[in-house]
Design a protein around this ligand. Structure first.
Ligand code: 13P
Ligand code: 13P
Ligand code: MG
Ligand code: MG
Ligand code: MG
Length: 381
């Protein structure tokens, strides 16, 4: 069977500010997903939230970009938006940026990651397992560094030295500043590793779109790499990417994939999408309530049975005391960075400031700048 994994995530309202969706909103999306499974549109589904973003994780056989699957997710988010509006929640419908997308919702606001593979539970994949990363309060390239380290650096993934992985992985990198269609370059690690790094260092412009095994031709990673502010033309909350990562066997093991997140690396995001702050790994369904509105990421793991259904249980990778140490370090990096307030590297550069108001403040001041008398063109003649 040709199986597709789709993850579609949106922020459609939250309780008490940008914290978490309400229980009735979650129940609404879960109810819609259960109906879609009953109708046979989906094989299986799982709904969770990260901060105030609701993620729908799905298996089906309709392929990537299926308008039926995307329309189902859009309608589920619209239903949750109505619940949010009725309860007077903050930012109801925030990530639904267009009135009614005709098919595919990519580019309409929600974060979308999808990949497909032949699901036979034989050959190179006698078992199928994967994980889903979902981030809130952070920029679109938040996974650039951790995925590079897991798929191109044996210091993080010693498994890369094994025969099934030693030829490396092909990175599809997307230029997120390109608005007329997706503009993508394919580069092979390890041969083009420095070229890949040269692009991925710019988290706001370049993002990993997918990663493919060079030995097996199998897609292992899909990321939602897009910038909300290039879609909406104005501040609408941060881009908050999702990623699907298949694991084990011919791919890195889960511990090799999550270990780069122990860095709590700095990303753009945080309050008003305008600061540079560490990415904190958190359990599923964590609200954003700590000081500063830190960028957060969750990671859910699943196995898939022969019919494409999820295992009854799921694994919550960051819900482990080992990650408490990382969370503490993320918090202390955050305190350090925020002690610098608005100055220089602590906040995003002008071009990346997400909150329109900051730019309005500067534009108003720009009108009041004057050339010094002696430097005026007449004076120079
Ligand atoms: P197990 O012995 O639990 O199968 O662990 C295998 C492994 O390789 C972990 O990366
Ligand atoms: P959201 O993307 O969750 O709406 O967060 C935006 C924000 O600016 C928080 O201060
Ligand atoms: Mg929000
Ligand atoms: Mg959000
Ligand atoms: Mg957002």
């Amino acid at each position: 069977m040709r199986l597709t994994l789709s993850v579609i995530k949106a922020d459609v309202g939250s309780v008490g500010g940008h914290t978490k969706p309400s229980a009735p909103m979650m129940a609404t999306v879960m109810g819609e997903a259960a109906k879609a499974v009953d109708k046979g549109l989906l094989i299986d589904s799982f709904v969770c939230h990260t901060g105030d973003d609701i993620a729908i994780i799905m298996t089906h056989t309709r392929g990537e970009g299926s308008s039926e699957v995307h329309q189902f997710a859009w309608k589920a988010f619209l239903a949750a938006t109505s619940v949010a509006k009725t309860s007077g929640l903050y930012g109801a419908g925030q990530d639904l940026l267009v009135d009614a997308p005709s098919g595919n919702v990519r580019g309409a606001g929600p974060a979308v990651a999808e990949l497909s593979f032949d699901h036979s539970l034989s050959g190179s994949r006698p078992a199928e397992s994967f994980m889903v990363f979902a981030a809130d309060k952070c920029g679109p390239g938040a996974y650039n560094l951790p995925l590079y380290l897991a798929f191109a650096d044996p210091m993080y993934c010693a498994g890369l030295m094994l025969p099934p992985m030693i030829k490396g992985f092909r990175f599809h990198v997307i230029d997120m500043d390109h608005t007329a269609g997706d503009s993508v370059i394919e580069l092979d690690a390890p041969a083009d590793g420095y070229h890949i790094a040269a692009l991925l260092r710019d988290n706001e412009r370049f993002g990993i779109d997918r990663i493919v095994s060079r030995t097996y031709g199998e897609v292992v990673v899909a990321v939602s790499a897009q910038r909300l502010h290039s879609i909406a033309g104005k501040y609408t909350g941060k881009d908050d990417p999702v990623a699907i990562v298949r694991n084990q066997g011919i791919f890195p093991a889960p511990e090799e994939i999550v270990s780069p997140f122990a860095k709590a690396h700095f990303v753009g995001g945080d309050a008003r999408g305008s600061h540079v702050m560490p990415l904190m790994p958190v359990p599923l369904n964590t609200p954003v309530t700590g000081m500063y509105c830190l960028p957060i990421v969750s990671c859910a793991g699943f196995s898939i049975d022969k019919d494409g259904r999820f295992s009854d249980a799921f694994t919550d990778f960051f819900d482990n005391p080992a990650w408490d140490e990382v969370r503490r370090r993320a918090q202390s990096k955050a305190i350090e960075m925020r002690s610098q307030g608005w100055s220089g590297a602590a906040m995003l550069p002008y071009s990346e400031l997400e909150y329109g108001g900051f730019r309005d403040t500067v534009s108003a001041l720009q009108k009041r700048f004057r050339l010094r008398e002696e430097q005026k063109p007449e004076a120079a003649e």
